[in-house]
Design a binder for this molecule. Structure first.
Ligand code: CU
Ligand code: CU
Length: 288
């Protein structure tokens, strides 16, 4: 049965309660922290040697798609009706709107130390102790909108700039490319300061706190953000007549990206799955 991922802003009270409950149970079982560890392990960048899979590479989209499916599996082992909601940050743009309500993700961090004080993931509730990738405290932190140096969430028009590009990605398949849907959406660009963060990256910046680094999975907002990013891949495919993942074939020997990116039919570590197999997930879930 194909299940549905819904807009977080449209969930019923019961849906919010069950999603939160399942997430807390996955955390209690110790499975959640494994997701944080895995994201840390695959957080490599352009400057590093070896294969890049999760970020700054064409497989940014399929890697996170499979990552979300794994978390969703864990949630559905707890409660089979639960699915991942998505946060449409082009529409829900206030620090008090969905998904930042006390019955879903909880609100902003307090000013002094950015500690999230409300909602089910507040440290004081006792159910969300951060153990992996801890830099300061064991508590979840956020600085929605960056109070000391405010930035805005990406707009529908910002997203449109990425969606209108008919080419999935271009060589050298990294964070420096100035064309291609993938990096338009992932959001790396040259330039300085806040203007250089676009779309996906900019949202991580806007949430701040735990969402800034490689351990961003510690904030459940990660999943709702990435579900919306995942939805954009589907929209882009539809708009461009089923345009495909690139590169179609691995960069050859002599190419500086040889062995550094995953081509369409190559395995996407750590899974036994290829980008090609993840391009159409219509048999698993759809977005409402
Ligand atoms: Cu990531
Ligand atoms: Cu991300």
């Amino acid at each position: 049965m194909v299940y549905v991922r819904k807009d977080a802003g449209t969930l019923t009270a019961a849906e919010r309660r069950r999603f939160v409950k399942a997430l807390l149970e996955v955390k209690r079982r110790g499975e959640y922290d494994e997701f944080v560890r895995m994201h840390l392990a695959y957080y490599s960048s352009d400057g590093e040697r070896g294969l890049r899979t999760a970020h700054m590479a064409p497989s940014f989209l399929p890697w996170h798609r499979q990552f979300l499916l794994d978390l969703e599996d864990a949630l559905r082992r707890v409660d089979p009706v639960v699915t991942l909601p998505y946060w449409d940050w082009t529409r829900d743009r206030a620090t008090t709107s969905a998904p930042w309500t006390a019955d879903l993700l909880g609100g902003n961090g307090r000013r002094s130390d950015q500690q999230v004080m409300t909602g089910p993931f507040a440290y004081g509730e006792g159910n969300w102790t951060i153990r992996v990738g801890v830099t300061e405290g064991e508590f979840l932190t956020r600085d929605l909108g960056r109070r000391r140096d405010p930035i805005a969430l990406p707009t529908a028009n910002d997203l449109e700039q990425a969606l209108k590009d008919p080419v999935y990605d271009v060589r050298p398949w990294d964070s420096t490319v100035t064309r291609g849907f993938r990096n338009g959406l992932e959001g790396w660009s040259a330039g300085r300061g806040s203007a250089s963060w676009r779309n996906h990256n900019r949202v991580h910046r806007w949430v701040g706190g735990a969402m800034l680094g490689a351990a961003s999975v510690n904030d459940p907002a990660f999943w709702l953000h990435h579900a919306f990013v995942d939805l954009q891949w589907y929209r882009w495919q539809r708009r461009h007549g089923g345009a495909r993942y690139l590169p179609a074939a691995p960069p050859g020997r002599g190419d500086e990206q040889h062995g550094r990116v995953v081509a369409r039919h190559e395995k996407l570590p750590p899974w036994d799955v290829t980008p090609d197999q993840l391009e159409d997930v219509g048999g698993i879930y759809r977005y409402a």
